[in-house]
Design a protein. Structure first.
Length: 448
């Protein structure tokens, strides 16, 4: 908690030291960041680019009270009270005078949001039984921004329900003035024009499974004790993220070997995992917009079979090598260079839309075999911990990967959630089986 408060103070100090930065942030207030531009262009019923946060409360949620909480809190998030508009060259965010309306849940989670339509907010707020749910299109923000919105909304809702709260912690409150750093386009702030480009990846192995019809999104959840999970990873000398990434790669390798035996795949592409990282802890930023990068641990089948311990060692050292400010700035700079390229920048928006999906597939998801993101521990102020039973996360649909895993923890519950638009689910089974073999007790729930 103290670390989170420190981050907010740091953002304010940066604004005070650089008064000209306030004018820059104001002029860029609703300009999309590079990640937002890409997600807004590719967003479709097949690739919704929508992820879900869920807060499970002690009591049934009142839809009317939740709407009142939204009405109160939305002005504290002016950068989220926006709808998408199309300019000649790029899409951008425009302030809306309307208020997002609370709605009921859908049959499947993470459904497409038609953000290109006028007056459609790039997120949903849902009341379902004892749950408050938010679903965000990734064009607006990443998980760090979205979970802060959910936490603050839940806090305001419980306050309206009569829960006494003496210490609000770092929750945002109605009436507060947003820090200028919250609007910041941090990719541009840390961009270095003359930094060399990083080496390109070769295309990775992909699961060849058949996709479901658009809109169908299956979920498999595994829950375990946070303390037991950390004890297991520490006994192996690695972080929890490294352990889970290794289990994911090991499952992919097992599938690859079986497909190879059956003659269903040719060639030997590497098996590589995308592991998104919240880089606000590496490059100081208070932004509520997208600001993440990734590391990409993997194995090369051309070298032979890898044991679990060999994969674990490779993941551990690769992550430690890549996770520093120099490599992260190099990754950021590459993305911003694409945005600023004179040819691309000068193309009309309707032309950009034509090739955005092929580019996303070829230079993005084609390079990876799967995705695992760990948002880490989420907390609520002490006065709300008994009222908020759980907080959960579901990743956006990745049709090229066929499945993906989101990890989040609240109190002593670790959630490992797979969401897939594919029909087959054996990767999830192999992943959880490996962790159980290592001694971790896991409860598995299937839905949808």
């Amino acid at each position: 908690m103290e670390e989170e408060k420190k981050k907010i103070t740091l953002g304010k100090e940066m604004s005070e030291k650089h008064p000209k930065e306030k004018d820059l942030l104001k002029s860029e207030e609703y300009r999309m960041d590079i990640a937002g531009k890409l997600f807004s262009l590719i967003s479709s019923p097949r690739i919704p680019c929508v992820y879900r946060f869920l807060a499970r409360l002690k009591r049934k949620v009142s839809k009317a009270k939740l709407q009142e909480a939204v009405n109160n809190i939305i002005s504290r998030f002016p950068y989220y009270q926006v709808t998408m508009r199309s300019g000649f060259f790029w899409t951008y965010w425009e302030t809306s005078k309307k208020i997002p309306q609370v709605r009921s849940d859908t049959e499947y989670p993470c459904q497409y949001i038609p953000i290109k339509k006028k007056e459609v907010f790039p997120y949903r707020i849902i009341a379902h039984e004892n749950c408050i749910i938010t679903e965000f299109n990734h064009s607006l923000t990443d998980g760090a921004g979205a979970v802060q919105f959910l936490r603050s909304l839940v806090g305001e809702y419980l306050h309206l329900q009569g829960v006494k709260i003496n210490d609000w912690g770092n929750l945002f409150r109605p009436g507060e003035v947003p820090d200028p750093g919250e609007y910041e386009y941090s990719h541009r702030k840390y961009f270095q024009r003359h930094i060399p480009l990083r080496q390109k990846f070769m295309k990775a192995f992909h699961l060849p499974y058949q996709l479901e019809k658009k809109g169908i999104f299956h979920t498999v959840e595994g829950t375990a004790s946070v303390q037991e999970s950390l004890q297991l990873s520490r006994s192996m000398g690695v972080t929890l993220t490294e352990l889970l990434a290794t289990a994911y790669l090991d499952a992919l390798q097992e599938i690859w070997k079986n497909l190879r035996k059956k003659g269903r795949i040719k060639g030997k592409r590497p098996i590589r995992l995308m592991v998104p990282i919240n880089i606000r802890n590496i490059l100081p930023s208070n932004t509520m917009r997208n600001f993440s990068a990734y590391v990409a641990p993997g194995i090369d089948p051309r070298l032979g079979d890898f044991s679990f311990d060999e994969i674990l060692e490779q993941v551990h050292h690769y992550k430690n090598l890549e996770l520093n400010d120099k490599f992260i700035i190099q990754q950021i700079s590459k993305n911003v260079k694409i945005e600023l390229h004179p040819f691309l920048h000068g193309l009309p928006l309707f032309i950009k839309k034509w090739f955005s999906k092929p580019i996303y597939k070829h230079f993005g998801e084609a390079m990876f075999s799967g995705i695992l993101t760990n948002l880490g521990p989420i907390t609520m102020p002490n006065d709300l911990r008994e009222e908020v039973i759980d907080i959960d996360l579901l990743l956006m649909s990745h049709p090229h990967f066929r499945t993906g895993c989101a990890v989040i923890s609240y109190q002593d519950t670790l959630h490992m959630n797979f969401g897939r638009p594919a029909k087959k689910a054996n990767l999830e089974e192999l992943f959880f089986s490996k962790l159980q073999e290592l001694g971790l007790e896991i409860q598995i729930t299937r839905s949808h």
